[in-house]
Design a protein around this ligand. Structure first.
Ligand code: EPU
Length: 359
């Protein structure tokens, strides 16, 4: 039988989430090997306990009542690099810090992940949300995701197609009870040029092909300026990153949103509203822009919670608050956007410990 690591009681999940919010876990365990993970899953199964797989906690909203089940903190570490012709295959186990993986890839001169610098959390969480920033998404470079299938506790290698990636979406997100990501393998380009698809990033350079490390530094600067880098000395960074996803709408809805924006006097001409055409003909709107133009100013405070002073899409916990306060603010923000633009914002973080979806 696989060894089960020590089970700890009374762990406050607020200490394991970037928001610093949330109640206690009924039971908490850290696994460092797949055998330990399997033992922990069997333990929960035998007792009929729900399981929460915990990575870096940077995309989690945990209920004040905590989590009535077993929290399994994923601590499998290790990074491996292999050459395959012109491609470098970089494998990171789930418990590696994501930014350490990006830093390593940039240090090795491997192009493909540089724009994903400074994203908090662990490597194993990145395919779940199909993490993306500044024109790159992990799905663009993923070669393989190794998972443990909870249905039979067997390992499986999944191709990117099998992961069914979309914008901030994947099979793992849609079936949260089914798979545990064990490792991710990326196909990167040795000596490749950095990606400069995102205009504010491109505009920072006068030369056409800055080095990967200069691009990484610039991404870190951009994120820091928006308080999207976890930094204990920056109170605006105590968030779960973007609290809502950017809404994806059809052309009819876009026109309706534009009509409402002009009618409300928010814009004078339609090209003033940021929006991006997707390959499938739909349009991605900018939730942060909608929030601000719905009358929620950056830096808004409501007691212990508020809106980031540097990005309207991040809700912030200033300390001493409760998850209920944050959710009340989120509902309010959502209602204002709905009233002004007729658009429903959907939360981006994973909600834990709630009987029903709280938003
Ligand atoms: N905007 C505002 N006000 C704001 C924030 C943004 O008007 O307070 C406008 C900006 O001026 C810009 C547009 O909205 O015209 C888009 O803003 P930004 O470029 O900052 O990106 P975003 O769409 O708000 C997304 C991701 C971020 C990622 C950035 C950079 C989502 C939900 N968020 O934000 O990811 O870092 O692009 O690529 O897709 C996350 O997912 O947690 C996250 C931080």
């Amino acid at each position: 039988m696989d060894a089960l690591p020590e089970i700890v009681r009374g762990v406050s999940l607020s200490e394991h989430t970037s928001l610093g919010l949330g109640g206690e876990a009924e039971a908490y365990i850290t696994v460092r090997e797949v055998a330990e993970l399997k033992a922990a899953l069997r333990y929960a199964e035998r007792r009929g306990m729900p399981v929460l797989l915990l990575g870096g906690g940077s995309n989690l909203v945990v209920a004040d009542g905590g989590f009535a089940g077993l929290v399994i903190a994923l601590g499998m570490r290790g990074v491996e690099l292999q050459r395959e012709g012109d491609v470098a295959l970089l494998t990171a186990r789930a418990g590696e810090s994501w930014d350490a993986v990006v830093e390593y890839s940039v240090g090795e001169g491997l192009a493909g992940l540089e724009c994903l610098s400074g994203i908090p959390g662990l490597a194993g969480a990145t395919p779940v949300q199909n993490v993306g920033a500044y024109g790159q998404e992990v799905s663009q470079r993923l070669r393989q995701v190794d998972v443990l299938d909870r249905a039979n506790l067997e390992r499986r290698c999944m191709t990117p197609e099998a992961c069914e990636f979309g914008y901030r979406d994947s099979l793992f997100k849609r079936e949260p009870e089914r798979f545990v990501v064990l490792s991710v393998t990326f196909a990167l380009t040795p000596g490749g040029a950095p990606s400069l698809r995102y205009a504010p990033l491109r505009d920072a350079f006068t030369d056409q092909t800055p080095s990967l490390s200069r691009v990484r530094e610039q991404v870190l600067r951009l994120r820091r300026a928006k308080s999207m880098l976890l930094d204990p000395s920056d109170p605006n960074s105590r968030s779960a990153g973007s609290f809502f996803t950017n809404p994806i709408v059809d052309r009819t809805t876009l026109n309706e949103v534009l009509r409402r924006a002009v009618e409300a006097g928010v814009i004078e001409s339609v090209d003033e509203m940021p929006h991006y055409a997707l390959d499938d003909g739909r349009i991605k709107l900018a939730a942060g822009w909608l929030i601000e133009r719905a009358g929620v100013a950056k830096g808004t405070r409501r007691g212990a919670v508020g809106v980031s002073a540097h990005h309207a899409l991040a809700l912030v916990h200033h300390g001493g608050g409760r998850t209920a306060d944050l959710l009340a603010l989120a509902r309010d923000v959502r209602a204002k956007v709905r009233e002004r633009f007729g658009v429903e914002l959907l939360p981006e973080p994973v909600m834990v410990g709630f009987e029903r979806a709280p938003l």
